[in-house]
Design a protein. Sequence first.
Length: 241
Amino acid sequence: MKYAFETNPGKVREKNEDTCLIVENKYGDVLMMVLDGMGGHSKGDLASNKAKEYISSQFVDKRFFSFKIKSWIKKVLRKTNSMLFRLSNEQPRLKGMGTTVTLFLIHKNKTYLSYIGDSRGYIVKGDNIIQKSVDETYVEFLFEQGKITRDEMLTHPQRNVLTNSLGGYDKVQVNILEITDNYDYLLCCSDGLYNMIDDKTMLEVIKKYPDDVEKAAKRLITRANMRGGKDNVSVCLLRKD
């Protein structure tokens, strides 16, 4: 497999509160994740980076058994949540900080997805790109209740309100699923990508560079910035052999 990850502050914001990483442990397992911090000033940056560092530190030396992977993901994300929530309560300047996280974990022939917040996880399969995560936002909730349409979601004044995050509350809902579909690529991204370019454009860029995932990841960010770059943007892209 080949993989690449890129993050960029975009064209409007001075600071990048996103972070991302793809890391392989000594047993050949792969973890890829995107985190989008929130809270403003240094708070979002601190939350996303502390979460990334803790999750990856727990992964690098871990020897997995397939039947325990979901419980490990749930445990490590709950511990990350507790760490961030404790920090935000101990230090007044950090009050309100938190982060999204979307990750894929590949162990042998199995792939798992976990997500908290509105960073997305996609698979690319042939000529199709399929979102496997569900945006944990207020507008997604309203849509599922039948109160607004997909088009109305795009301009709703509360479209950026999350219903779940790491560090936002003392408890967190951890979403985990096993990817049972065959796939050619895995993609994690922050909302700075999918709010600027649609899924069709993402697919076109990825398919244009089948032998160069690093170029594809960079080009995805370039396309988002060409469309305005209104937010920080992060991409993790992995091609399965």
